[in-house]
Write a protein that binds this ligand. Structure first.
Ligand code: HEM
Length: 482
């Protein structure tokens, strides 16, 4: 291979990359050593803020293809033609740990997919567990504060700050269902290739007649589901903390692919009030006997990133990145997410973060937002940066299509909890659906963690678990000796 000449970022050849330019053999160093100054200055700025949640992650590129045309339900173009491959970027992550934390610890796993479609980017930003801790975005910052290292000691929850986690959880009964997932072995994972993915929130699919239907997303791994128990998770966190990151990379580097099947559950709007819970509540699943899974298509991951920072650290996923045919529902958790992601990305990556190649749509971007930090100028020209105009021939002009922002809202302004909370039933049902071994692990894992919390917090938590299922509550209480 022909060697390339080392250059500065200005493209100027670097003559010596080992010795600084000095006054005499022993120095001091001269300010006119321009390559040295550039090298140090760049190094000094090599870190950007880590994601406020989901800081540790691994990514891969690939494609998605539908099995059959979905036009009956959605006009989203990438869901129409089985012949067509839509390129995707996926980022898997843990939630609570910092950028250098271990992959195997108990945590939900992020499962974020960016589809580069002909109608612009569509992001399906999900997790590996089907439900969430809370149902209203207004609680999210408090929830994350209680899960993250303590503000006074900086000690993480998983070490010995369990009080804070369980304090918040025990005061948030709607989290009981999520706890039965997170503290099962589904919460400890060593391979991103072998876990499910869920959209968790409810979205709306709209067809070209304007008819909408509620939709929940499920990803099924072709390799099947693999979980590990608490003891294996603890061992790996010490011995092989990057196991899932390396597993994904090595698998793809060896020429093999990673595959997931996309399934959806659909619910007609008329069914919205026929259940004993609110279907737009992210702490609930929809019963699969009433709302069966429908196979939609397959995602294949076949390419590793070449520059992790550029392609994965700088990747920006956002539930508000939707395309015509897909809309957010009124799900109160989702509504907060619509704001939060792009907002944090403007902070983390700058206002022109969508011009970073990994985030840039494959279609033209035409608007008048030409300025701001790190503007690359791509696609902009001419004197007209306003609309309406005649000087630019009236271009770019609005499409006039109906978007979700235009749909009428139902109801007046209130700050109220949803009516059908039913917070414990699905938690109890989930406990009962587990095998004997999985039930034992769930109880054991909760006891192990909750055992570090204060007695009044333990009691509050046992009460919630008892509301879910008397046996579950009793077994945890016995384990805690309360
Ligand atoms: C109101 C609730 C929530 C808020 C306010 C919120 C906010 C955030 C923020 C600010 C980030 C960092 C984004 C970045 O820096 O690029 C993030 C990342 C993420 N969130 Fe959420 N989140 C919420 C709930 C959820 C839920 C319910 C899920 C799963 C369905 C989820 C999945 C993810 C994933 C997968 C990432 C990482 C994306 C990536 O790989 O870059 N979040 N969230």
């Amino acid at each position: 291979m022909k060697k390339k000449t080392l250059t500065t970022n200005q493209g100027v050849p670097v003559t010596d990359n080992q010795n600084s330019l000095t006054a005499g053999q022993r120095g001091p160093v001269l300010l006119q050593d321009i390559p040295l100054i550039e090298k140090l200055a760049h190094f000094d700025r090599e870190r950007i803020p880590e994601r406020v949640v989901h800081a540790k992650g691994a990514g891969a590129h690939g494609y998605f293809r539908v099995y059959k045309n979905m036009a009956l339900y959605t006009k989203a173009k990438f869901l129409q033609d089985p012949e067509k491959k839509t390129l995707v970027l996926v980022r898997f992550s843990t939630v609570v740990g910092a950028r250098g934390s271990a992959d195997s610890v108990r945590d939900p796993r992020g499962f974020a997919v960016k589809f580069y479609t002909e109608d612009g980017n569509y992001d399906l930003v999900g997790n590996n567990l089907p439900v969430f801790f809370i149902r209203d975005a207004i609680k999210f910052p408090d929830m994350v504060h209680s899960f993250k290292p303590a503000p006074d000691t900086n000690i993480p929850v998983s070490s010995s700050a369990n009080n804070r986690f369980w304090d918040f959880i025990s005061l948030s009964p709607e989290s009981t269902h999520m706890i039965t997932w997170l503290f099962s072995d589904r919460g400890t994972v060593k391979s991103f290739r072998k876990m499910e993915g869920f959209g968790v929130n409810t979205y709306i699919w709209v067809n070209d007649k304007g008819k909408g239907v509620y939709v929940k997303y499920h990803w099924k791994p072709a390799a099947g589901i693999e979980t590990i128990d608490r003891h294996e998770s603890t061992r790996l966190a010490g011995e092989d903390p990057d196991i899932a990151t390396r597993d994904l990379y090595d698998w793809i580097a060896s020429g093999k692919t990673v595959e997931y099947e996309l399934n959806v559950q659909l619910m007609e709007f008329e069914d919205e009030f026929k259940l004993d819970f609110d279907p737009l509540d992210a702490t609930k699943t929809w019963p699969e006997d009433k709302y069966p899974l429908m196979k939609v298509g397959k995602m294949v991951l076949d390419k590793n990133p070449e520059n992790y920072f550029a392609e994965v650290e700088q990747a920006a996923f956002c539930p508000a990145s939707v395309v015509p045919g897909i809309e957010p529902s009124a799900d109160k958790l989702l509504q907060g997410r619509l704001f939060s992601y792009a907002d944090t990305q403007r902070h983390r990556l700058g206002p022109n973060y969508l011009q970073i190649p990994v985030n840039r749509p494959i279609v033209d971007v035409n608007n008048n937002q030409r300025d701001g930090f790190m503007q690359t100028g791509t696609g902009f020209s001419g004197t007209v940066n306003y609309e309406p105009n005649t000087l630019g021939g009236g271009s770019p002009c609005q499409s006039g299509d109906l978007t979700f922002g235009d749909r009428p809202f139902v109801g007046g302004e209130v700050r109220q909890k949803i009516a059908l909370t039913n917070d414990f039933q699905q938690a109890g049902e989930h406990y009962h659906s587990l095998s004997k071994k999985d039930q034992d692990h769930l109880v054991d894992n909760i006891v192990d963690s909750l055992g570090h919390a204060k007695t009044d917090i333990q009691k509050r938590m046992v009460k919630n678990l008892t509301n879910a299922d008397a046996e579950l509550g009793k077994r945890v209480a016995q384990g805690l000796k309360i």
